[in-house]
Design a protein around this ligand. Sequence first.
Ligand SMILES: [Zn+2]
Ligand SMILES: [Zn+2]
Length: 102
Amino acid sequence: MVPNELIEYYESWVKEQGSSSSEDEVNGHLRAYVVELKDVWEKRAILRELRFRAGGVVCSGTVDCVEKPTTVCMHGSHPTCAKHTDDCFLCVPISKLSQLTR
Ligand SMILES: [Zn+2]
Ligand SMILES: [Zn+2]
């Protein structure tokens, strides 16, 4: 089982980083910025994994989307957030594959 406290920890971490990363303080040390981005990306991926293991649903739009799914993708098959209904990674490859084999 995944304790809710753990999920909440990552949720608050991701929220804090998301709001501060676009500020002007990041100019200069590009390398540190890249490391920070990777760190944020990993935390988002971990948060998705934890939610999934806890029996929750995660958005199928991007692998690091941490929005709570409120709708389904364009094919109506998978949960996505409102922003990613056209970017479902479970459906897009399938439609591309069927084009290739036609
Ligand atoms: Zn999304
Ligand atoms: Zn889909």
